[in-house]
Design a protein around this ligand. Structure first.
Ligand SMILES: [Zn+2]
Length: 347
């Protein structure tokens, strides 16, 4: 299946936005890059992605261990390693070929259960690109052959809007913000009912968010069934996508999936942005091209969720300035409820 080697011009992709919300490039071919044989030449070439190779090997030498989310979820949280990196890859079309390299680097330097690959298969905004959908499935098959942890990278809001037509569907961000702020309040909960979010209706549920949640649970079940049919795997948990849909800029996917009512629905075990996870793992994201990509020793000892987009590391240049793009996860910083976040960077 992976016989034809294609070349990906990362330079072209570099000029596009780094944002998670940018649609995957439609030029992604059906066939994905072929893994190179693991031999001395491949090791010498650091599997063609030297910054990721050096990042893992440097932090490994410093005593870090690397897990996938399955291992993290099932682990005794009172006995987590002091230096832990739970690796999360969000795989958009542009990340596939770098993803093949990441698999090889992890296999070579870490071994099994090193990372979870969250693949954006069947996102409603990309469905018409059938070549891209096939490329995702080809990549999932490659991951399957290595028995890796593969889960969906989804946008709850976009999935919901694909199946339902709420009254606010065509409103812009300003209108949605005014509407949401007038009628709702987001509350972080940490009590006997659980750790997560509750969206409180102040007076009237004007946007019918209760109905949205009910429908979304049905939609997730439909999505999970489609995923299982296509891949032969059962989705267990998700990583939310930073969609640029207006509703997502007002009521973020991460908040939607952090609601206790959603978490208690039994449709998924967790989402990687859940508040309870932030209580154990500090969020470390490559979204703004941070300097620690090129200088891994800047990462202080601690426990992290590392969001790694293979395309970013595959295209990384040390001379790149740090982007000033807004972090799509600013809301997360205020949500780490039980533990003060340590500074990420060693000064
Ligand atoms: Zn994304």
């Amino acid at each position: 299946m992976f016989h034809r080697i294609i070349s990906i011009l990362t330079g072209i992709f570099l000029i596009t936005s780094l944002s998670c919300g940018k649609s995957a490039d439609a030029t992604v071919p059906v066939d994905i890059v072929k893994p190179v044989p693991i031999d001395s030449t491949a090791l010498k070439n650091k599997f063609g992605m030297p910054y990721y190779f050096d990042f893992i090997s440097t932090l490994k030498k410093e005593g870090f261990v690397f897990w996938d989310f399955d291992k993290f979820y099932t682990a005794d949280k009172s006995k987590l390693p002091a230096k832990l990196i739970v690796i999360r890859h969000d795989i958009h079309g542009r990340d596939i070929n770098g993803g093949v390299k990441a698999v090889q680097i992890e296999k070579s330097l870490i071994g099994k259960r090193a990372a979870t690959y969250f693949v954006q298969w069947a996102d409603p905004t990309e469905l018409t690109d059938t070549g891209l959908q096939q490329a995702y499935l080809a990549f999932i098959n490659l991951l399957k052959s290595d028995s890796l942890d593969i889960q969906p990278h989804i946008s709850a809001n976009d999935l919901y809007l694909y199946y339902d037509t709420p009254t606010w569907r065509d409103k812009d961000v300003t209108e949605l913000t005014a509407l949401f702020n007038k009628y709702y309040e987001i509350k972080v909960i940490n009590d006997s009912t659980g750790i997560g979010t509750r969206i409180i209706t102040k007076t009237v549920d004007t946007m019918n968010l209760k109905g949205m949640n009910t429908r979304l649970i049905e939609v997730l079940k439909i999505y999970n069934a489609k995923w299982e049919t296509a891949t032969g795997l059962k989705p267990k948990y998700y990583a939310q996508h930073g969609s640029h849909s207006p509703i997502n800029l007002v009521l973020n996917n991460a908040v939607v999936m952090d609601q206790l009512s959603m978490l208690h629905s039994g449709t998924y075990l967790f989402d990687t942005y859940n508040t309870w996870i932030a209580n154990y793992l500090t969020y470390l994201s490559d979204n703004n091209i941070p300097s620690w990509i090129g200088n891994p020793s800047e990462v202080k000892p601690g426990r992290y969720q590392l969001l790694m987009h293979p395309w970013v590391w595959d295209s990384y240049q040390k001379s790149q300035s740090i982007s000033k793009t807004a972090q799509p996860v600013d809301w997360l910083k205020s949500r780490q409820t039980t533990k003060k976040v340590q500074p990420l960077i060693r000064k």
